[in-house]
Design a protein around this ligand. Structure first.
Ligand SMILES: Cc1cc2nc3c(=O)[nH]c(=O)nc-3n(C[C@H](O)[C@H](O)[C@H](O)COP(=O)(O)OP(=O)(O)OC[C@H]3O[C@@H](n4cnc5c(N)ncnc54)[C@H](O)[C@@H]3O)c2cc1C
Length: 395
């Protein structure tokens, strides 16, 4: 107990001394630092915060120190998270490698695979993208067709294409699902491989979105050679690996409510619309809707904390991770719908209007919130998983 309290006090002191004040302000879309070989910092505070957390191994506090992690016990790692939350520290970096692939490699990778991929991930030198979805394989992911033929040396030759690959044009590596057997049940003929995006035969095409920006890409593979050592798990055993990875993706997405992704403080945005300057309540109906939203959100964060601790205690949280992803992303949509309605026309303004600091980017994040209910498996698909795995209902 004493040790825990000492560790908490030390952590708090270190964060207070090392997290620049500007890095304790709410995160906006533009201020995200994506790790990778082309990592960019908009200012010195971002760079300093990134480097200090990296050097302490706190991009992943509970990973082994010899692989670049912090080497902390799960309980201590949770304290680091709690203290970061308490001080409103921004995540020093966004990194699909650390959030999703890393935990899978730690569990299923060979020693050589861990040594090749984890340290660069932990140093923020490698950016990963996810090559799962294909034009006819989204929710029905097991229908994917991108093929990998095993050649005479045991290496893979990959052909086909992926779609909706977020930031595929900025990634150094892709973790991908490929078909390695067409003669068996579709889930049993899939393998999980790591592909260097600089490999000969990889072409990346950004997909233009209505916003004019593009985060999505199509990725084409034309006889791309992938060394045998980049197979994770057994040949044709990729479906099990993917399911584990998706659990980590859902867990990462359900963490968004803890300030890990750009979001708004609903109360701060709503307050000027609900009260006049003397503090008189103007809109009791809106106030009630907001109170219901805040209570749901508080209940979610307590449940989230419990599920997280169950995960650390090595309990099976595969069912809860779907529930958390579903509830968090739907709550985020509900929050932005309420705020945009409350703000009236201002809530739909995109550019050129004068917003208060609290209102900035509401419309963009309202639209973005909707995408979270699709990525990582849509809400309907999560409901199917919950019905089957948690409630035990027939398929
Ligand atoms: C922001 C964002 C980022 C993404 N990034 C990536 C990425 O980096 N890499 C990657 O591989 N993919 C990525 N995706 C793709 C994402 O995984 C798919 O969009 C998602 O799995 C849904 O597949 P789909 O788009 O093919 O829709 P479909 O599967 O065609 O679904 C269409 C609709 O039908 C519903 N539906 C489908 N099947 C069922 C069912 N059995 N029961 C009930 N309803 C059903 C769905 O819920 C949805 O409403 C991303 C998507 C988004 C929105």
């Amino acid at each position: 107990m004493q040790d825990t309290e000492n560790f908490r006090a030390e952590t708090r002191a270190w964060l207070e001394a090392n997290c620049p004040p500007a890095m304790r302000q709410p995160l906006t879309q533009e201020q995200i630092v994506w790790s990778g070989s082309t990592v960019k910092f908009a200012n010195d505070d971002q760079r300093v915060w990134f480097e200090r957390m990296r050097d302490r191994g706190w991009f992943a506090p509970d990973w082994p120190a010899e692989l670049g992690g912090g080497g902390l016990a799960p309980k201590q790692a949770r304290i680091v998270e709690q203290e970061m939350l308490r001080l409103a520290c921004r995540p020093p970096q966004f990194n699909l490698g650390v959030w999703m692939l890393g935990p899978v490699l730690l569990e299923l990778g060979t020693e050589a695979q861990k040594r090749e991929h984890l340290p660069p991930m932990m140093e923020g030198r490698m950016r990963w993208c996810q090559g799962f979805s294909e034009p006819n394989a989204g929710s029905d992911l097991a229908s994917l067709k991108t093929s990998a033929r095993v050649d005479e040396n045991g290496d893979f030759v990959v052909n086909g294409s992926k779609i909706w690959t977020s930031y595929g044009d900025a990634a150094d590596w892709m973790y991908a699902l490929v078909r390695t057997d067409t003669t068996v049940k579709k889930q049993q003929g899939i393998s999980f491989v790591l592909i260097d995006m600089k490999s000969h035969g990889v072409t990346v095409k950004p997909i233009e979105l209505i916003s004019g920006k593009s985060s999505f890409c199509e990725v084409f593979f034309d006889d791309v050679r992938v060394p045998a050592r980049q197979l994770i798990g057994p040949l044709n055993g990729g479906w099990t690996v993917a399911k584990k990875l998706l659990q980590h993706e859902r867990a990462a997405m359900s963490k968004f409510s803890e300030g890990a992704a750009p979001s708004h403080d609903a109360l701060a945005v709503a307050r000027p619309y609900l009260y006049d300057e003397d503090g008189t309540l103007l809109e009791p109906v809106w106030r009630d809707r907001l109170a219901a939203l805040l209570m749901d959100s508080h209940a979610f964060s307590l449940t989230h904390q419990r599920v997280k601790e169950e995960g650390m205690a090595r309990m099976d949280i595969s069912g809860p991770s779907s529930i958390m992803k579903l509830v968090q992303t739907e709550q985020e949509v509900a929050k932005y719908e309420l705020l945009t309605q409350l703000m009236g026309q201002r809530g739909l303004s995109w550019e050129g209007s004068e917003f208060s600091a609290d209102e900035h980017d509401i419309c963009r994040l309202w639209l973005l919130a909707k995408t979270y209910t699709i990525s990582g498996g849509s809400s309907e698909v999560q409901l199917n998983i919950i019905a089957k795995r948690v409630l035990g209902l027939p398929g």
